[in-house]
Design a protein around this ligand. Structure first.
Ligand code: ZN
Length: 94
């Protein structure tokens, strides 16, 4: 069983969460003047990292808030979690 520590609710079963995608993607700073290729990259282009990666997760069956999770894509270990725009707290004992 994979536990994800929600910064608002505490450790919860992964079943309560929905994966929300790459947390490192940035929306174009000036949407009105962004080119088609900038929009294409923002919407469709993703890295496929091997190792630690920051992701967005939705606590759908809990507080219904979005959180940020640093997960090792190789081992699936959760390394740190936190609010979307706040600091991440490292998992203890990892
Ligand atoms: Zn929560």
């Amino acid at each position: 069983m994979l536990l994800i520590r929600c910064p608002h609710c505490g450790p919860r079963n992964q079943d309560e969460f929905a994966y929300g995608g790459d947390a490192t993607v940035k929306r174009p700073a000036d949407p009105a003047s962004a080119s088609d290729s900038e929009w294409h990259a923002y919407i469709y282009v993703r890295d496929n990292p091997r190792g630690p990666h920051e992701e967005l997760w939705h606590h759908a069956a809990g507080c219904r808030r979005w959180i940020r999770v640093r997960r090792d894509t190789l081992s699936h270990r959760i390394l740190a979690t936190g609010p979307v725009h706040g600091p991440l707290a490292e998992e203890e004992g990892r």
